[in-house]
Design a protein around this ligand. Structure first.
Ligand SMILES: O=C(O)CCC(=O)C(=O)O
Ligand SMILES: [Fe+2]
Length: 237
């Protein structure tokens, strides 16, 4: 965890409910609300999602190779939106109307983020620690240049890692003359990587230029034995 994060609010209880904002710099920002949803309510929703969502595990293409996506997925979108495609896969868009609890969750997200709008939802189910999502940015054109993505997590706690993309201009990090290399590396890794343990019932929001300048992943974790379900709300323009 970064120093900024610890310093954001001296009262951890207040942080858990109201959320903490992490300024990633250059117009990128992340907000984490650990207790976004009541614990029991979140378990009720987990059971619903686990049983009622038409999960699939599609074949996708990564670096020209076909492979089975290492997690289950489902896509919900409002009618009439341009179709989403990623890794050579075009998910069938299900309707919000058939899954009313999803609309309830969306309403709660919009209550916490007044002024934000979302019209599509990508669901992921990780059936244990071998399931994961590799490094990527959600920078598809249909989301525009500064997408806001609201991510709600249920079930098993999993680590979510954000890593700065290497800067295009000067072949990497800025020089810091006169400092020992060990210190320099430490400093750059603190600022260029942030990790969050995404808790059951939590909300994580990525906004600004986060998708342009950063990549994120949920790595494999041998110790994560149980299922995690994650919902990412997005706005297709
Ligand atoms: O499961 C998560 O927390 C992240 C999922 C994700 O990055 C995505 O669906 O694009
Ligand atoms: Fe993502």
């Amino acid at each position: 965890m970064s120093l900024q994060l610890k310093a954001a609010n001296p009262n951890p209880n207040e942080n858990a409910k109201k959320g903490q904002t992490i300024d990633l710099g250059n117009g990128s920002e992340v907000v984490y609300v650990q207790r976004f949803m009541a614990y029991d309510e979140a378990w009720r929703l987990f059971d619903y999602l686990d049983k009622q969502i038409p999960w699939t595990r599609p074949t996708i293409r990564v670096f020209g190779r076909s492979c089975v996506q290492p997690r289950d997925t489902c896509y919900i979108a409002s009618a009439g939106l341009p179709e989403l495609a990623y890794s050579g896969y075009q998910p069938h868009p299900y309707s919000w109307d058939d899954f009313s609890p999803l609309t309830e969750i969306l309403k709660l997200v919009q209550k916490v983020l007044p002024g934000s709008r979302f019209n599509s939802l990508l669901l992921n189910r990780y059936k244990g620690g071998n399931d994961y999502v590799g490094w990527h940015a959600d920078d598809e054109k249909l989301y525009g240049s500064t997408p806001e993505i609201a991510s709600v997590s249920f079930g098993c706690d999993r680590e979510f890692v954000l890593k700065k993309k290497p800067s295009k201009s000067s072949g990497g990090e800025k020089r810091s003359d006169g400092e020992p290399e060990s210190k320099r590396l430490k400093k750059s890794s603190d600022a260029n990587q942030h990790s969050f343990m995404l808790k059951h019932g939590s909300l994580l929001v990525m906004r600004g230029y986060t998708q342009r300048d950063w990549i994120h992943s949920v790595p494999k974790r041998a110790k994560a034995e149980t299922t995690r379900i994650n919902l990412t709300f997005r706005l297709v323009l």
